[in-house]
Design a protein around this ligand. Structure first.
Ligand code: HEC
Ligand code: HEC
Ligand code: HEC
Ligand code: HEC
Length: 185
């Protein structure tokens, strides 16, 4: 009897794992280089260059500074901040994602990158899908492209940050703006 119950439980767990991974397996992280190849032309706004000069691109590097070590100590976090879940959760993209979703292209060194805000890119990063989204034939959400709101930012810009500064979405969005507009070289 006990064996039977244990077996059914085992099947139930196996089924749940399968069901969840089937849903989540749709969209996986592809890393910033996969976006750079199309999003670094002056003619369409050099989103990659703008991002790489922003604080977000340095968010992992920041965790190696003396300042970060002091912040960690004060927050009661032991050891190297670049290895601490309590810091990485907001300083790199996709921290804590399962290995299937995380993939091996996304690196910690890229810090807070495109997919931290726009969502994991495996399904939307093709030219056809990108054009269909812009044309309105496909809704971005259906292929993992997030509709960005203040809430997207507040998953990290919140009082759980040990260095929290009041967050104003409109002002902050202006500071990191990278619109599709021609940039003179
Ligand atoms: C194969 C080329 C290509 C790749 C790779 C690519 N994009 Fe795009 N993306 C485009 C093009 C082209 C447009 C604009 C389409 C247009 O203007 O018709 C676009 C538009 C967008 C938009 C605006 C969509 C909207 O709602 O109007 C976002 C956001 C975006 N891309 C993010 C990304 C991110 C993040 C990545 C990497 C995960 C990425 N793209 C990878 C070509 C690409
Ligand atoms: C995954 C976590 C995360 C998300 C999501 C996030 N941020 Fe940040 N942001 C950070 C971290 C970490 C820093 C500090 C980076 C550093 O100094 O090393 C930062 C810094 C900034 C800064 C100051 C640095 C600069 O480049 O001017 C601005 C402005 C900013 N974020 C705006 C935004 C906006 C707007 C959004 C949403 C559209 C957003 N952030 C979403 C983690 C995040
Ligand atoms: C901190 C959050 C954040 C990061 C990181 C980020 N973006 Fe964005 N992105 C935004 C916001 C906010 C907008 C403007 C609102 C919108 O279009 O959803 C935007 C808009 C865009 C657009 C559309 C611009 C337009 O004029 O329609 C493209 C293309 C884009 N991002 C590409 C990228 C690429 C490529 C990267 C990485 C190199 C990147 N983004 C990194 C938040 C971010
Ligand atoms: C809840 C998300 C979150 C967590 C967790 C987090 N940070 Fe940050 N961190 C941010 C954001 C957002 C910023 C940008 C400034 C702000 O508003 O806090 C930032 C900025 C920083 C800065 C730059 C200083 C500054 O004033 O801009 C340092 C250093 C830093 N964090 C260290 C750490 C360390 C060390 C840990 C782990 C003990 C940690 N952070 C955990 C979100 C977070």
């Amino acid at each position: 009897m006990k064996v039977r119950i244990a077996l059914s439980l085992l099947f139930l767990v196996a089924f749940m794992v399968f069901a969840f991974s089937a849903v989540e397996a749709q969209n996986t992280y592809v890393g910033v280089k996969s976006c750079k190849m199309c999003h670094n032309k002056a003619k369409t706004g050099k989103q990659f260059s703008i991002w790489s000069e922003s604080g977000h691109a340095k968010a992992f590097e920041t965790l190696a500074t003396e300042e970060a070590k002091a912040v960690a100590k004060k927050a009661g976090v032991e050891g190297d901040p670049q290895k601490a879940d309590q810091c990485l959760s907001c300083h790199v993209t996709g921290h804590g994602a399962s290995s299937e979703i995380h993939g091996d292209k996304l690196t910690m060194e890229e810090g807070v990158s495109c997919e931290a805000c726009h969502g994991p890119g495996s399904a939307y990063k093709s030219m056809k899908v990108m054009k269909d989204i812009t044309a309105g034939t496909i809704k971005g959400e259906t292929v993992g492209l997030t509709t960005i709101t203040a809430e997207t930012c507040k998953t990290c810009h919140n009082p759980k940050s040990p260095t929290y500064k009041e967050f104003n979405f409109d002002e902050a969005a202006k500071k990191i703006a990278h619109p599709i507009v021609e940039i003179a070289e």
